[in-house]
Design a protein around this ligand. Structure first.
Ligand SMILES: Cc1cc2nc3c(=O)[nH]c(=O)nc-3n(C[C@H](O)[C@H](O)[C@H](O)COP(=O)(O)OP(=O)(O)OC[C@H]3O[C@@H](n4cnc5c(N)ncnc54)[C@H](O)[C@@H]3O)c2cc1C
Length: 498
């Protein structure tokens, strides 16, 4: 195992591997249980590729009953389970454990119901994010949250990570676009939260489940809101000679009461990498680039374009283009959407961070990141969901150089500390996973953490579902409330807690 400290594998479970695999084979089709080392290899990592670990065994259930039977068996036999969608998580949320069953949900790949009258669709969790839009676009509808990974990532993964994208500034994150889920608990019980209706009775358990990173249950069905595609959309591509000027433009657009469909920012290293990759005419002399998209009825869009243009010019825009066609608008976005692979071409490895700050703190954080870049002697390219204050610094490193991965990780951790210091949070949309797990005490005190763990215990008191993720240390559910945790250091550290 490379990477962070994970729960000590349960030697007893590993010794019983043959018996566990045989039992799983009685519950699932032959091809739905994968246990040969070669076939397990593709599952050893998710999008956080620096860390990898072969799972005990992989299962690919096809029905809710199969999910329930497997979870009930694992609960009864003290076997851990890691749920997995498409494996694109950038925070190691789907990182396997040596003593855990990895449950892939990718056979749950059907659209079950499209209800245009109620403006929603019911889908299985393995349907890709883009697959939902593809299923409804013939009638002029779409699913709004659009992570850059939308061609590959699953809606189940989106629910678990509360994923976002370019259009979430105006249309909300996953949590604002999911109306209901069906979920199987570790006990095998099947629960339904929410549904086609707009509000649910009782506690907002749906809100709790969205963003819970596979720690509370395995989602087997998702009801999503679908929206009518906007009548028109146009975009501005604006270059500035400083990130401060671009940041000020963002703040003034929002202050003017304009909520763009998307408002993204890239710094110079990201602009150069993206332009070299997609060649769509990004201004190579700009220090910062803004892409602002306005959508709605044509008359409204025309007026808003003029207003944003005026704000950008008053902040010293050095280049300004307005898309004249849909093809040109898509070309403006092409570089931003391909920013990650573009950066992948200029550096052997990169480490993508995900912090969120109050918009006004952007200049301060950018200066801080520049200083950290010099301190750690590592380059950093930046793309931002500027309207949301969600930063994606991409730290460039070469894993073949001894110590460079560790330096990149420390650099990333310092960026997140900086985000928290200016009033922001550790993650915007990629989740905590294992990547930011040990930074949780920077953000939450012992009381907060204990309460979050009580929620986990209410759903999974054996701590069998996705352990080692999100919480810096898991405590036995019974001892909650009697623990003193200071900066992640707990008493009786030698006590096995996972
Ligand atoms: C190139 C690239 C670009 C990206 N861009 C964005 C972006 O713009 N915005 C964004 O938000 N994210 C982005 N991501 C991150 C990632 O795509 C999202 O977090 C996505 O939601 C993960 O979905 P997945 O199906 O791959 O889930 P996985 O990676 O398989 O799993 C992620 C988490 O969800 C849990 N999980 C998965 N399925 C279920 C289920 N059915 N029930 C319970 N838990 C489950 C897993 O246990 C894990 O904790 C990007 C990733 C890449 C590689």
């Amino acid at each position: 195992m490379s990477g962070p400290t994970m729960p000590e594998p349960d030697a007893g479970v590993i010794a019983r591997r043959g018996e566990i695999v045989a039992a799983l084979r009685t519950m699932l089709a032959e091809e739905s249980v994968i246990d040969s080392p070669v076939s397990l290899k593709p599952y050893e990592s998710d999008g956080l590729t620096a860390y990898h670990q072969l799972p005990l065994v992989v299962v690919l259930p096809e029905t809710v009953e199969e999910v329930s039977t497997v979870l009930k068996y694992c609960q009864a036999n003290g076997v851990k389970v890691v749920p997995r969608g498409a494996g694109t998580s950038l925070s190691g949320g789907a990182l396997p454990l040596a003593d855990a069953v990895l449950m892939s949900m990718m056979k749950f790949n059907r659209v079950l119901d499209i209800d245009f009258d109620n403006r929603c669709a019911v889908v299985q969790p393995g349907v890709t994010n883009l697959g939902i839009t593809k299923a409804v676009e013939h009638a002029g509808f779409y699913y709004a949250p659009d992570p850059s990974s939308q061609i590959a990532c699953s809606i189940g993964g989106n629910v678990a990570e509360n994923s976002g994208g370019v259009h979430c500034l105006k249309y909300g994150l996953t949590t604002n676009n999911v109306l209901g889920v069906e979920m199987v608990l570790m006990t095998g019980e099947v629960v339904r939260l929410g549904g086609k209706h707009l509000d649910a009775e009782g506690y907002d358990l749906l809100g709790l489940v969205i963003g819970s990173e596979g720690l509370l249950g395995v989602v087997t069905e998702v009801t999503v809101r679908i929206l009518k595609s906007p009548e028109t959309a146009r975009a501005l591509l604006v270059g500035f000679n400083s990130s401060e000027a671009a940041g000020k433009t963002v703040a003034e657009v929002i202050a003017a009461g304009i909520i763009p469909g998307g408002m993204e920012m890239m710094d110079r290293p990201a602009i150069l990498a993206a332009e070299d990759f997609v060649k769509v005419g990004y201004p190579l002399d700009a220090e910062a680039l803004l892409i602002v998209e306005l959508d709605g009825p044509p008359v409204e869009v025309d007026i808003l374009i003029e207003e944003v243009e005026a704000i950008a010019r008053s902040n010293g825009a050095t280049t300004l283009k307005v898309s004249g066609s849909d093809a040109e608008r898509m070309a403006f976005w092409a570089g931003r959407k391909a920013a990650f692979p573009a950066v992948g071409r200029i550096s052997p490895d990169y480490y993508c961070m995900d912090g969120t700050i109050p918009r006004k703190a952007l200049p301060q954080v950018l200066t801080g990141m520049k200083e950290l870049s010099e301190h750690y002697e590592l380059e950093c390219a930046n793309v931002f969901h500027a309207g949301d204050g969600n930063l994606h610094p991409l730290i460039l490193y070469d894993a073949n150089n001894p110590g460079e991965l560790e330096r990149a990780e420390n650099f990333g951790a310092d960026i997140l500390r900086l985000c928290v210091k200016v009033g922001g949070v550790l993650t915007g949309e990629h989740g905590v996973g294992v990547e930011k797990r040990d930074l949780m005490p920077e953000m939450f005190d012992e009381v907060d953490l204990a309460h979050q763990m009580r929620v986990k215990c209410a759903f999974d008191d054996g701590q069998l579902l996705n352990p080692g993720k999100v919480f810096p240390k898991l405590h036995r559910c019974a001892e909650l409330g009697r623990m003193h945790i200071h900066r992640g250091e707990i008493p009786f550290a030698d006590l096995p807690r996972f």
